[in-house]
Write a protein that binds this ligand. Structure first.
Ligand code: PLP
Length: 398
């Protein structure tokens, strides 16, 4: 009998983390490695948000709060949904989580029984898959050549066992953003299948570029609001990944069940982080524009440079802070050491060894023959990394 549970043995180590770890090991050995693999803003949390947490602490905010979060924060979230997304939630339809990741975990643990299926369009954020597995469900990957799920693909993937469809727009890793029309087509299919619920992960909401408009799924399909769990948080928009604050909005019964899970696992999200999140949501919002403008400039720089590299074919990301170039054309080429590149993992390893640049292979996201490169880093680093990648790729031969 194994001491470790089957549940835990079924979890794959995060591919994104393992690349970062390899890069860190090289760095620790004194080798200059540039990382384009991280999934978080390189900015510091804005000062006014940090200040709110110091002030809260001075006023004694060191105690437990309600399991589902401070009422003041839930009110700020309620206002955010109504003003930014035109969705009206009651306070008992909202809860605060220790990060969106935990919100997803709580939702899956609260709803999945063995054999329940969860539709996950590719490419996906890898945690979706593992969270579904941990919760005892069956992930159903739907391969999306255009990086977005179509109504047709959804119709074919739904079975009587389907419990959830996971949507993520803007997407990590592809940067695609679903249009209103695309969501309407998806909603039309879902209306025919009332047993399917929708989890909409909107964590990259504020990171959309060049006039692209973000739509919240529950706004586009208000009649499906009760079947939709909307997840969002402060991590990416306000550069607050370490504060661990996300929030969830959905039906009263689901939120209640998720609260039950949270009450017997993490308990309330960290109190001072909740105070910081109130300030993030209700304070001046100029930082969102500043961050977005900076990412937009870096995105252009990265895409322009990628387009100069032979064998890389790069769609321009409409949102989030990643490029996801197609590298099919590199397959079969040989490295100077005589190794034939036969997968995206080979290419990622070659770039780490030869160019000293850490990227994440697309297969980690269910879409092989791609690489994910993060532009949540400085212009100088992007230029240096892409120059090195270009040089390394030029050394490949038939
Ligand atoms: N959802 C997506 C698509 C992400 O890329 C990430 C982080 O990388 C998260 C959720 C996690 O967010 P949080 O920091 O709120 O747990």
């Amino acid at each position: 009998m194994s001491f470790l549970s089957r549940r835990i043995q079924n979890i794959k180590p995060s591919a994104t983390l393992s690349v970062t770890q390899k890069a860190n090991e090289l760095r620790a050995a004194g080798i200059d490695v540039i990382s384009l693999s991280a999934g978080e803003p390189d900015f510091d949390t804005p000062d006014f948000i940090k200040k709110a947490s110091y002030e809260a602490l001075e006023k004694g905010a060191s105690k437990y709060t309600n399991i589902d979060g401070l009422v003041e924060l839930k009110k700020a979230i309620q206002k955010k949904f109504s003003s930014e997304n035109q969705i009206n939630y009651e306070l008992n339809e909202i809860m605060v989580n220790p990060g969106v990741k935990f919100g997803i975990y709580a939702a899956m643990m609260a709803t999945l029984d063995e054999g329940d299926e969860v539709i996950i369009p590719t490419p996906y954020w890898p945690s979706y898959l593992d969270i579904v597995v941990v919760a005892g469900g069956t992930p159903v990957e739907v391969f999306c050549p255009i990086m977005k799920l179509t109504a047709d693909q959804l119709e074919k993937a739904i079975t009587p066992k389907t419990k959830w469809l996971l949507l993520n727009s803007p997407s990590n890793p592809s940067g695609v953003v679903y249009s209103r029309e695309e969501y309407e087509q998806i909603a039309a299919v879902l209306r025919k299948h009332p047993h399917v619920h929708i989890l909409s992960d909107e964590i990259y909401e504020h990171l959309v570029y060049e006039g692209v408009r973000f739509y919240s799924f529950a706004h586009v399909a208000p009649d499906l609001k009760d079947r939709t769990l909307t997840l969002n948080g402060v991590s990416k928009a306000y550069a607050m990944t370490g504060w661990r604050i996300g929030y969830a909005a959905g039906s009263v019964s689901l939120i209640k069940a998720m609260c039950k899970l949270q009450s017997q696992s993490t308990s309330n999200p960290t109190t001072i982080s909740q105070h910081a999140a109130i300030e993030a949501l209700t304070g001046p919002q100029d930082c969102l524009t500043e961050f977005r403008d900076t990412y937009a400039r870096r995105r252009k720089l990265m895409v322009d440079m990628l387009q100069q590299i032979k064998g890389f074919s790069c769609q321009v990301p409409e949102g989030a802070f990643y490029t996801f170039p197609d590298i099919h054309a590199l397959m079969g080429l040989k490295t100077p050491q005589g190794k034939t590149l036969s997968s995206d993992i080979d290419v990622s390893e070659y770039l780490l060894e030869e160019a000293r640049v850490a990227t994440v292979p697309g297969s980690a996201f269910g879409q092989p023959h791609h690489l994910r490169l993060s532009f949540a880093t400085s212009d100088i680093i992007i230029e240096k990394a892409l120059d090195r990648i270009k040089q390394a790729i030029e050394q490949l031969h038939n």
